[in-house]
Design a protein around this ligand. Structure first.
Ligand code: AMP
Length: 389
């Protein structure tokens, strides 16, 4: 990795400012954490920093409080959970800047969690003065929030600029290692599986992956815009009319590298429990809700021969079973392929869990938007700002 890692530094007696992703789902009143997955994901770096004899300041956002304090988006429940997981006290700051917080600056071995950085509008504006206050005169910036690294905010970029050294945390390093290898030097054949709602959300990813992969398999609603571009019937399926020309250009550029579904599960309406059937040509009065069994078979064969698989996005309306069948079948194919598999996006992750194959996936990215920007070949500001090795 070209960037400095936390493992390259001597942290004894130093004060570390670490940006983590504690943007956890909370119950409506903001009191109970419904999944602590993101807290657990940063534990290795937190433990590492403390074991080295450093003092630790943790910063994160939670939800979208729009620059104002909001008790339903407080990080207080996170501090309590972190304390349980770490087995040592975590001091909770009443805010993320100000004299009270300055007075709480931790000593070596201590942990201070700052309150939600998005309670201040300066966070998202990447205000330099706010970043300087946040930094609390720390010695080292550690970036472990991969899921926020595509945002140039005060706590992801600004603090890194005011401190002498900025290094990747262990989680960040893992993300960069797996995603980086997949798009720069993948074992071949390299196959990408892209699904989801819109071509427009993933057009940069499609264009960049076409330069890298040997095969690009398309599913989800996004496939219908491509089918329309080929002049095939799409019925009432979700088609992005204003992206049909772009889809035609992509198809011409991609040649037979890009594969589209050859059959479809269709229904009369997008309503859970609506009757559905398998067709090869989508009738006028029906819309596509999942890839069909012939497509599952064809895509699975390509997946089985792959050495690297990159996957983002569901193959159908997987929230409404049985229209999750295509996505779940491909999750199993990816797991059984034995290939290095790198998965991004919450929906693909849910499908992998539903298929019961999470332990057979090489890397499930913790960053949805960030992993898409990475796959699109864009430089993430929160990575670019880290000190070069
Ligand atoms: P994305 O966030 O772009 O990965 O899109 C995920 C969403 O795409 C999910 O909510 C799916 O229900 C939706 N989706 C996938 N396939 C279809 C389809 N055939 N018709 C409508 N929505 C779909």
């Amino acid at each position: 990795m070209p960037k400095l890692s936390v493992r390259d530094l001597d942290l004894k007696g130093k004060c570390v400012f670490m940006r983590v992703d504690f943007n956890v789902p909370l119950s409506e009143d903001g009191q109970t954490i419904t999944s602590d997955k993101r807290i657990r994901a940063s534990l290795p770096t937190i433990r590492y920093v403390l074991d080295q004899g450093a003092a630790l300041i943790l910063a994160s956002h939670l939800g979208r409080p729009k620059g104002k304090p909001n008790p339903t988006m407080s990080l207080k429940p996170v501090a309590r959970r972190l304390e349980e997981l770490l087995g040592r006290p975590v001091k909770m700051a009443p805010d993320c800047i100000g004299p009270e917080v300055e007075a709480m600056k931790p000593a070596p071995g201590e942990v201070l969690l700052l309150e939600n950085v998005r309670f201040h509008p300066e966070e998202e504006k990447n205000d330099p003065e706010f970043a300087r206050k946040l930094a609390l005169g720390s010695d080292v910036f550690v970036q472990d929030a991969f899921g926020s690294a595509h945002r140039a905010h005060a706590s992801t970029v600004g603090v890194a600029k005011v401190l002498p050294v900025a290094a990747a945390g262990l989680l960040m390093e893992k993300e960069l290692e797996y995603l980086g290898k997949a798009i720069t030097n993948p074992d071949r054949p390299c196959v990408a599986l892209l699904g989801g709602a819109k071509v427009s959300d993933k057009i940069e990813v499609i264009q960049n992956l076409l330069k890298i992969v040997d095969r690009l398999l398309i599913g989800g609603a996004m496939a219908y815009t491509f089918l329309r571009a080929q002049g095939r019937p799409t019925g009432k399926s979700k088609v992005e009319e204003d992206k049909v020309d772009l889809a035609r250009e992509v198809l011409a550029q991609a040649g037979d590298k890009l594969m589209l579904p050859v059959d479809h599960v269709v229904a009369a309406e997008l309503v859970a429990g609506a009757p559905s059937e398998v067709v090869e040509a989508i009738p006028e009065d029906k819309l596509g809700v999942d890839i069909g069994p012939k497509t599952v078979a064809a895509y699975s064969e390509v997946i089985r021969s792959a050495k690297t698989i990159i996957w983002n996005g569901p193959m159908g309306v997987f929230e409404m079973p049985p229209w999750d069948a295509g996505t779940v079948a491909l999750a199993k194919a990816v797991a059984e392929s034995g290939a290095v598999s790198v998965v991004g996006g919450g929906d693909s992750e849910k499908a992998i869990k539903a298929a019961g194959v999470a332990d057979k996936i090489t890397h499930i990215s913790t960053g949805g938007g960030a992993s898409l920007e990475f796959l699109a070949g864009l430089e993430l500001p929160g990575v670019a700002v880290l000190t070069d090795k």
